[in-house]
Design a protein around this ligand. Structure first.
Ligand SMILES: Nc1ncnc2c1ncn2[C@@H]1O[C@H](COP(=O)(O)OP(=O)(O)OP(=O)(O)O)[C@@H](O)[C@H]1O
Ligand SMILES: [Mg+2]
Length: 263
């Protein structure tokens, strides 16, 4: 393992493709393997936070304070009920914060605010997973500026690949202007079913992106949709479910050849 965390932006501007489900459950599966893992909730919807049982109304600090630069990221990190898994939570305030930093001249380089905050904690974690909102706006650009790589969940349905093309064009802009080493390193098939369409989307993605596509796909599994209401990852909510097994395998693929840093 390198001296600092692998920072992964989980992104796709298409809504409801499994970004948050992947951040929470892949994060939990990496933590289960012994990797110290931080989930950064960078979506004003706050789904990763509530899914990991964090009630932001009880907290003094969230990612909106970090984005505004009033507090260091370190101060807003909360432990979760799962060993090795931590979260920097968000709620609706993050939308206002993004508007402000995008329009106020006080913030000279608003695209790199998250990067500067994450750099200060990267030495404390093995993996940092950033949950992006379903847009290609300032929050997602901040995540791309901070990340070493992007993981794009792709839902096995019509038009899935068209969304990926739009994503790649934003990535090119970020590479050219802010973060030259950024790449879309991983694609993950989500909500896979035994239908013809699902198989076609899978074949298309594998033909186009080859080894970047995780061998393991996430099956459509209702237990994955139920777990957030219980504030638990799928690994704790239904440890033997197909969803739990899939995310464990994906964590194994992702972390292949790496070991947790000794603490
Ligand atoms: N493999 C799956 N099987 C069944 N349901 C799933 C699966 N993955 C995600 N879901 C459900 O689908 C919905 C959308 O998933 P999720 O919230 O992870 O997507 P998202 O990309 O983060 O959405 P948004 O763009 O709004 O942030 C949720 O209700 C979630 O529980
Ligand atoms: Mg989400």
């Amino acid at each position: 393992m390198s001296e600092t965390a692998v920072i992964i932006a989980v992104a796709n501007q298409k809504g409801g493709v499994g970004k948050t489900t992947t951040v929470v459950n892949l994060g939990a599966a990496l933590a289960e393997r012994g990797f110290r893992t931080l989930v950064v909730d960078f979506d004003p919807q706050g789904n990763a936070s509530s899914g990991l049982n964090v009630d932001t109304s009880q907290l003094e600090l969230t990612m909106s304070n970090v984005l505004l630069g009033t507090d260091p990221l370190e101060n807003c990190i909360e432990p979760t009920a799962e060993k090795n898994l931590f979260i920097a939570p968000s709620d609706m305030d993050l939308a206002d914060a993004a508007m402000l930093v995008g329009s106020n001249q006080k913030y000279a380089f608003p695209q790199t605010l998250l990067r500067r905050s994450i750099d200060a904690v990267a030495g404390d974690f093995d993996y940092i997973l950033i949950d992006c909102p379903p847009t290609l706006g300032l929050l997602t650009v901040n995540a791309f500026a901070a990340a070493s790589t992007i993981l794009a969940p792709v839902q096995c349905e019509y038009y899935a690949l068209e969304g990926v093309r739009d994503l790649l064009s934003i990535v090119e802009q970020v590479q050219a202007n802010i973060n030259p080493s950024l790449d879309v390193g991983h694609f993950l098939l989500t909500m896979q079913q035994a239908t013809k369409l699902s198989k076609e989307v899978e074949a298309d993605l594998r033909n186009t992106f080859g080894k970047k596509v995780f061998t393991t796909a996430v099956p459509r599994n209702v237990r994955l949709a139920e777990a957030p209401a219980h504030g638990k990852s799928i690994l704790k909510f239904d440890t033997n479910s197909p969803g739990a097994q899939a995310y464990r395998k994906i964590a194994k693929e992702l972390s292949h050849g790496r070991t947790p840093r000794i603490r």
